[in-house]
Design a protein around this ligand. Structure first.
Ligand SMILES: C[S@@+](CC[C@H](N)C(=O)[O-])C[C@H]1O[C@@H](n2cnc3c(N)ncnc32)[C@H](O)[C@@H]1O
Ligand code: SF4
Length: 455
């Protein structure tokens, strides 16, 4: 059977290349009835453990580069009100799903560190009462070192948190000034000590390249300092500049933003240095020490792409809690209302706050695995994946593009497996679009590699 690529629901003008933390991407989500979401939750299969994601959309101070869904709050009152509503959502969902087994929990934001120690403990107690958290579950939390404290870390450790993901971004004081995020080295040293002393030794650092005032020298300084702390995992994100969506990013317009060539050089320098320090490169933008669970997952073919980037989490269902949170269920994707007021209003009426989403079909699920495999291990045999899914598909349109990419040296081919070459690595996201049934295929794949924005 030959299946034509689907028509994108969005405009056909060149668009930014997706990061494929989901497939289909969130751009394709449409309105979704909360009643349908309730049915999807009811239909979750017994047995396989699930993941839970909690979104805390508050921060104390706005970083000018920030692309996350968050609100600035100088008082704890809105945070406490939000936590009460989040508790309501946990009650409502667990009443529908029953006490499901959970293998992975992630607190993201915004800044979950804004929650005080006692409220965090109460929240985790409720999660434990509502779900069956497996003894070896990973419980991860995103840390803004500026709003963390020793008391909070003690509460995390007591509640079973076992992975901390630090927003570091850059160690250079001039860059920190340009991005409105002052974060002295001593603060990071204290934070890391609190976590390691508390027994939370799986530490991630988030770094960003491509921001104002960053140079090859500042990037090298940041990577050397990062190595001094020896986090087991590092995410090295390219700065996404989207001032039309995130107006505050215009605050940085007075500075020079590195061009694409400079960004590429920054990434290559950081990547080379990290590998010299013993980190292994993973997928698009992650690095890990050999003992990190992501390396084992990759070696065993279990590593997957999800909303947190790359994950060793075996669960295929993720339930999202909180305003704007996205979940992934066997039937499709669901996103809660990003509008805090309507999120609260729904839950006050005991209605699930789901607003957008997408029902997936068998082809979406098959293509999701093709894209996730390519993004994770840089090689893919689409025919083998289709066969695994009991789908007969000749990938005729894709094959033309794949062969063009082989001809220019961005891919190589062994049998029916296509692998990314070193020359092709900067174009991974563009190459993945050729399998995206919703991406407008109106530009030549080679032009798309060279010209379309990484963002
Ligand atoms: C929700 S934030 C992390 C937790 C916490 N709020 C903090 O900043 O410390 C997740 C990560 O997204 C990344 N990030 C945020 N805005 C970004 C942007 N515009 N481009 C690339 N990465 C971004 C940062 O590395 C950040 O650490
Ligand atoms: S980067 Fe993190 S701390 Fe800064 S505003 Fe965004 S979510 Fe908040």
């Amino acid at each position: 059977m030959t299946i034509n690529r689907k028509k994108s629901q969005t405009a056909s003008a060149p668009r930014r290349l997706p990061r494929y933390t989901s497939y289909p991407t969130a751009l394709e989500f449409d309105s979704l009835d909360p009643g349908l979401y309730a049915q999807w939750l009811k239909d979750l299969p017994e047995g396989p453990p699930i993941s839970l994601y909690f979104h805390i959309p508050f921060c104390e101070k706005l970083c000018w580069f920030c692309g996350c869904f968050t609100k600035i709050s100088n008082s704890m009152e809105p945070v406490q009100r939000y936590l009460e509503i989040l508790r309501k959502e946990i009650h409502l969902i667990s009443r529908i799903t029953g006490q499901k087994k959970v293998s992975h929990i992630h607190f993201g934001g915004g800044s979950p560190t804004i929650i005080d120690a006692e409220s965090f403990t109460r929240l985790m107690d409720l999660v434990r009462e509502s779900f069956d958290i497996l003894p070896d579950a990973e419980i991860a939390i995103e840390i803004d070192p500026r709003t963390c404290s020793e008391e909070k870390v003690k509460a995390y450790a007591k509640s079973g948190v076992n992975r901390a993901s630090f927003g570091i971004q850059d160690f250079n004081p001039h860059v920190q000034e340009a991005i409105n995020r002052i974060q002295p080295d001593a603060l990071i040293t204290d934070n890391i000590r609190w976590f390691r002393d508390g027994g939370i030794t799986d530490i991630n650092f988030d770094l960003i390249y491509g921001m104002p005032r960053q140079t090859l020298e500042t990037i090298e300084e940041t990577v050397v300092k990062t190595n001094g702390f020896r986090p087991s995992r590092i995410a090295l994100f390219g700065y996404a500049h989207v001032p039309w969506m995130k107006k505050h990013q215009q605050m940085m317009d007075k500075h020079h933003l590195p061009e694409q060539g400079e960004r590429q050089a920054m990434f290559e320098l950081a990547s080379r240095k990290l590998q010299e320090f013993g980190y292994q490169a993973i997928g698009l933008d992650h690095f890990a020490l050999p003992e990190d669970s992501l390396i084992t997952a990759r070696e065993e073919g279990r590593m997957r792409r999800n909303f947190q980037g790359y994950s060793a989490d075996p669960a295929t269902t993720m339930i999202g809690f909180g305003a704007s949170a996205i979940g992934s269920l066997p039937e499709g994707y669901v996103q809660n209302s990003p509008d805090l007021k309507s999120y609260v209003d729904s839950l006050e009426k005991d209605v699930l706050p789901a607003r957008r989403g997408l029902k997936v079909d068998a082809m979406d699920i098959m293509y999701r695995e093709v894209i996730s495999t390519l993004m994770s291990v840089f090689a893919v045999n689409p025919w083998a994946i289709a066969k695994k899914h009991n789908i007969t598909h000749d990938f005729a349109a894709e094959k033309v593009d794949l062969e063009k990419l082989v001809a220019v040296g961005y891919l190589d081919r062994e049998g029916t497996t296509y692998g990314l070459t070193e020359a092709g690595q900067p174009y991974l996201r563009a190459i993945a679009t050729l399998f995206d049934q919703y991406f407008p295929q109106n530009s030549d794949i080679i032009d798309r590699c060279v010209h379309e924005s990484e963002g």
